[in-house]
Design a protein. Structure first.
Length: 633
């Protein structure tokens, strides 16, 4: 059970009531319900001051009595529940009750005892296709290493592991011709653990930080190039395929811990004509980033240039002292490569070798063979350039512990959309709110507290109006711009608690409904997720996948509609179609709405309006993040 937290000073609940609705009802009976409609009485238990960590007997009729000063007395919430609803028995007001102690938060203390189950959905998968116990019947292909693991497992008494060979040989566990299972109306759920692996050279194409038109950040690529689940039939001649590798510097599946992952159908690709109603084959596939190519220069040249050749094409002259990025730029000018196909170490030549890693169409396929000419190098002693093709990268190890099928929520049979807005831009009030009002839609604003009231940003009055008259919710993002730009994973454990407590304090002090957050930059680690679970009902990432209903993990919500200036209206409306067709949750993450693009995180006002129009015409429900999270499966 989870306690509605006692204030350390008085040992009574200092319940924040947004409407002060209980004032004047001191001493009267309060009925407690699970739902806002007041149809489901909550199973609550007595708080015993003599045994503060042990729930007492169940409270009869789900009824407590307000204190004389109209405060809610202490009691224990049901497991996994953060929010209840209270109604004064004799015609009094209805008020939301939260399982946190605002008084402790205001004092900067640690939160009241947390809900161990909040942030996870514990409906058991049915059926379980495998948990990889003894006699599981899956076969492990050649190359690298693989086998049963009797030491590291999440389910039962063993898991299986795959270790790649470092040269992009796919490692698989596969079983076919099983008894058919019906996956209709269910999501695949996978148990997986990725061993920590090293960063490879930085991406050859940069990404821009949200809100900045001038700062380009280059993120390291990872040694793991692919992590897939296949479900299908006819020896996988017909199959659904899910790619679980995020391929970015912020993996959604953090290495070193076991994950229980639900996979949305809308994010799968297909081969042949698979049928959800008759799944007989299953395969898990892992592949590393594969062979690399190293460029070195000898003879200590002091000037001139060299060239690289591949598939009958030759680059323009490359300076003798080129950086890795310059080498990549020269190669990407050739027809052989597309942007994103290459990554390189920093260099610079001639003193430091440049290592190239190939991605995109080259993952798991034949590697391009490069040659070089140093005829244009000058100075030094017999300067020359050399290329070594086919170096390996560090192997990757992944453990699998099962796959099952989890029933989809029936609450949103045609899916649901949430429009969310980061960083407190004034356009969220002047443009987004105004246009969403046209259809009675609400949005979710994730605010940076320090920015409230600054030029070009929203004021408290704006935020309050959005909640009170337009059906929005205001939620947390960061206390300051400095914290936002630093990213939460760079804070200490103590600083994380202080950050999330301050976000909740701001929301509660100002009477806002939101009790969740969006991670700055979408970045997190397991410490951030744990702190979020202590203080917030959920945390939104920018991992670009649709979210399942119920979510895989509430503290790690996927945002399939992370919007940048490069996204077209067609791309965003296709995401709505995907959610509608598969009964999934599409969370759009927006920043500034503008008439002229000034940053890669901007979206044109007209584009935003077309997407909203499309959602309305499609007939897909539009709800705030909190409204979807409070929906019962």
């Amino acid at each position: 059970m989870a306690i509605l937290g006692p204030a350390a000073s008085s040992r009574t609940v200092q319940k924040y009531v947004p409407t002060r609705g209980f004032r004047g009802f001191g001493g009267q009976a309060l009925d407690v319900y699970l739902d806002e409609a007041l149809t489901q009485p909550a199973t609550i238990k007595v708080f015993q001051s003599s045994a503060p960590d042990t729930p007492g007997p169940t409270i009869a009729d789900s009824r407590v009595r307000l204190t004389r000063d109209s405060q809610v007395p202490m009691f224990w919430f049901p497991d996994g529940v953060r929010t209840l609803w209270g109604k004064v028995a004799r015609g009094g007001p209805k008020v939301r009750l939260d399982a946190f102690d605002p008084a402790a938060e205001l004092a900067g203390e640690t939160p009241a005892p947390s809900m161990a189950l909040v942030g996870s959905y514990h409906q058991p998968p049915s059926p379980l296709i495998t948990t990889f116990q003894s006699g599981h019947g899956f076969t492990n292909n050649a190359g690298g290493a693989g086998g049963d693991d009797l030491v590291d497992f999440a389910l039962g008494s063993q898991s299986v592991f795959s270790t790649t060979d470092g040269i992009a040989t796919a490692k698989t566990w596969k079983r076919t011709a099983m008894t058919a299972v019906n996956a209709t109306g269910k999501y695949p759920v996978v148990w997986v653990k990725i061993d920590p692996f090293p960063d490879l050279p930085q991406m050859s194409t940069g990404t821009f930080q949200a809100g900045s038109a001038a700062t380009e950040t280059r993120a390291p690529r990872k040694a793991m190039a692919g992590l897939k689940l296949y479900l299908g039939d006819t020896n996988l001649g017909n199959s659904f395929q899910w790619e679980m590798n995020s391929g970015s510097s912020m993996p959604w599946l953090t290495p070193g811990v076991w994950h229980r992952v639900t996979l949305p159908w809308g994010q799968s690709t297909t081969s042949g004509s698979p049928a959800r109603a008759a799944i007989t084959d299953c395969q898990f596939r892992l592949i590393d980033a594969g062979a690399a190519t190293t460029v070195t220069i000898s003879g200590t040249p002091t000037g001139g240039s060299f060239t690289l050749s591949v598939n009958g094409e030759t680059t323009a002259p490359i300076a003798y002292n080129a950086t890795g990025a310059a080498v990549v730029s020269a190669l990407e000018a050739l027809n052989t490569f597309n942007p994103g196909d290459l990554a390189a170490t920093a260099g610079a030549l001639p003193g430091t070798a440049v290592k190239l890693v190939f991605y995109g169409a080259f993952v798991g396929a034949g590697r391009p063979i490069l040659s070089a000419s140093g005829a244009g190098l000058t100075g030094g002693t017999s300067p020359a350039v050399a290329v070594v093709n086919g170096e390996s990268v560090p192997p990757v190890t992944v453990r699998w512990n099962g796959v099952g099928l989890l029933s989809q929520s029936t609450a949103w049979p045609n899916g649901v959309v949430s429009f969310t807005f980061d960083d407190t831009y004034l356009s969220h009030f002047t443009e987004a709110r105004r246009y969403l009002d046209k259809y009675g839609f609400g949005g979710t604003a994730y605010v940076i507290q320090e920015y409230v009231g600054l030029p070009g940003r929203m004021t408290l009055d704006h935020l309050r109006q959005m909640e009170r008259t337009s059906g929005w919710e205001i939620a947390g993002h960061a206390t300051t711009g400095a914290v936002h730009n630093l990213r939460l994973q760079n804070l200490t454990d103590e600083q994380l608690d202080q950050e999330f407590a301050a976000q909740r304090r701001f929301l509660r002090e100002n009477g806002f409904r939101g009790d969740h957050t969006a991670y700055p930059g979408g970045e997190f680690d397991e410490r951030v997720l744990a702190a979020c679970n202590r203080w917030m009902s959920a945390g939104r990432t920018v991992f670009q996948r649709s979210e399942t209903l119920p979510p895989a993990r509430r503290s790690k919500l996927r945002s399939g509609g992370y919007v940048t200036s490069s996204h077209t209206v067609a791309t965003l409306t296709a995401a709505i179609d995907q959610a509608y067709a598969n009964g999934e949750w599409m969370i759009f993450s927006n920043h500034d709405l503008v008439s002229v693009i000034g940053s890669t995180s901007d979206q044109l006002i007209t584009d935003f309006q077309q997407v909203v129009d499309y959602a309305y015409t499609k007939g897909i429900p539009v709800r705030t993040v909190g409204e979807v999270l409070r929906t019962k499966p």
